[in-house]
Design a protein around this ligand. Structure first.
Ligand SMILES: [Zn+2]
Length: 126
């Protein structure tokens, strides 16, 4: 008897083999996740398991082909303008741009302390 996590991984693999359109895979997966009864912890473990497997696979692919892929979006050299390699991970220029935007948005958020909440409250009244 396989664990719920193994069953979910097997479902994801079956769906990905059957369906080619990423959007349809995502829809099928979303509905399976909703009906699975898995806890958020089990879902996180499921995706962590898949992430580990994918990362191992991509690592062996990169070693075999000499191609470096972004650790975030998995695009390879040639598909992006630049890939910056670190000791255990790599990131492409597109993911850096997204990350910089996320940092800027976070920095622009009002502070969550009392002063920030008061400022928000006053803004809402003007
Ligand atoms: Zn990337």
């Amino acid at each position: 008897m396989s664990s719920p996590i193994e069953q979910m991984v097997a479902y994801i693999v079956r769906t990905a083999e059957k369906e080619r359109e990423p959007r349809l895979i995502a829809e099928a997966l979303e509905s399976e996740l909703k009906g699975s009864g898995l806890s958020p912890r089990d879902l996180a473990l499921t995706f962590s398991t898949l992430e580990t497997a994918l990362s191992h696979y991509l690592g062996s692919y990169e070693r075999a082909t000499g191609l470096v892929a972004c650790s975030f979006c998995h695009k390879t050299q040639g598909a992006v303008a630049l890939i910056i390699q670190g000791p255990t991970a790599a990131i492409c220029d597109e993911c850096v741009t997204i990350a910089v935007d996320m940092v800027k948005e976070k920095q622009a958020e009002p502070k969550q302390g009392t002063l920030g909440r008061l400022t928000e409250w006053f803004r809402g009244r003007t």
